[in-house]
Design a binder for this molecule. Sequence first.
Ligand SMILES: *[C@@H]1O[C@H](CO)[C@@H](O)[C@H](O)[C@H]1NC(C)=O
Ligand SMILES: *[C@@H]1O[C@H](CO)[C@@H](O)[C@H](O)[C@H]1NC(C)=O
Ligand SMILES: *[C@@H]1O[C@H](CO)[C@@H](O)[C@H](O)[C@H]1NC(C)=O
Ligand SMILES: *[C@@H]1O[C@H](CO)[C@@H](O)[C@H](O)[C@H]1NC(C)=O
Ligand SMILES: *[C@@H]1O[C@H](CO)[C@@H](O)[C@H](O)[C@H]1NC(C)=O
Length: 285
Amino acid sequence: MLKLLVAVAFLFGVAAAGNFSKDVTINWGNGNGKILDGGKTVSLNLDKSTGSGFESNYEFLYGRFDVQMKLVPNNSAGTVTTFLDPQMASQGNSHDEIDLEFLGNASGQPYTLHTNIFAKGVGNREQQFRLWFDPTVAFHTYTIIWNSQRIIILVDNRPIRVFNNNEAKGVAFPNNQTMKVYASLWNADDWATQGGQVKTDWSKAPFTAYYRNYNADGCVVSASGNSCTNSTAGNQAWKTQGLDANGRKWIRWAQDKQMIYNYCTDAKRFPKPPGFPKECGLPRF
Ligand SMILES: *[C@@H]1O[C@H](CO)[C@@H](O)[C@H](O)[C@H]1NC(C)=O
Ligand SMILES: *[C@@H]1O[C@H](CO)[C@@H](O)[C@H](O)[C@H]1NC(C)=O
Ligand SMILES: *[C@@H]1O[C@H](CO)[C@@H](O)[C@H](O)[C@H]1NC(C)=O
Ligand SMILES: *[C@@H]1O[C@H](CO)[C@@H](O)[C@H](O)[C@H]1NC(C)=O
Ligand SMILES: *[C@@H]1O[C@H](CO)[C@@H](O)[C@H](O)[C@H]1NC(C)=O
């Protein structure tokens, strides 16, 4: 299952805008994915025959990844649009993944932003959010900051989720394998919208999502080496980034007011013993 990794830049005003022609490769879709405007925009189409997607040309071990997206408008039921689904380069049973998936809906009904974090093969860390704007009307910025201490997910520069490195307390954290950025638009009408009850309306196809201002300010790993020494852009402020007072204010707001599902409160899913995953008992931020 492909997912979405999105990164947003310009928080510190120094990062260069990426160029899709240089930074990514359309990796599936039989012509349904296109790089437009001299590398400034990507459009992904979904029709009955196939969805489409792109992946970053580089693999990263940590970084800040930003992208702006405009999602499928109107009746998007059954569709899933993703960004920064850094599906780990290392597949197999120890893979890592940070997911942002936008679950479409019937006309006039809200999208769901579905997030998950896999560390060393273990996922089941879903948190879902309602956005506080209509993500189909204009471009909005989606960001993942991934450093050795934490993962922060931001929407329009507001942190909505943080996953701390608690490896010392026995919680796996993605810190020893590179990831690529994957973005995609695909049909998931067996589960995505209202639990699979609302199907994709193919009479409205093709469905289109747009991406622009991709920026990966990360450590690039080349074929010859595996060290985190190079940044594609920017000042690497993400390397030590945490939450300041303002960030804590926004994440509290997002988690209290915008979150519609949290695995850490789903007791049915995690009966005792052993009960909830360990991180659920640790400080939230
Ligand atoms: C992006 O890169 C391509 C390929 O190198 C180049 O042709 C294009 O002019 C670049 N676009 C911009 C906006 O710099
Ligand atoms: C969305 O639906 C409205 C009403 O049916 C229509 O007027 C509009 O053109 C549609 N927008 C897009 C982008 O398809
Ligand atoms: C990362 O660590 C996990 C767990 O210790 C291990 O299974 C995996 O092979 C490691 N990956 C790499 C690339 O070293
Ligand atoms: C779609 O809209 C319904 C009704 O407002 C809502 O319950 C649901 O969470 C929305 N999102 C998805 C992905 O089904
Ligand atoms: C950083 O990595 C990019 C992509 O591999 C490469 O083109 C560039 O020369 C590298 N820069 C430095 C300073 O190593």
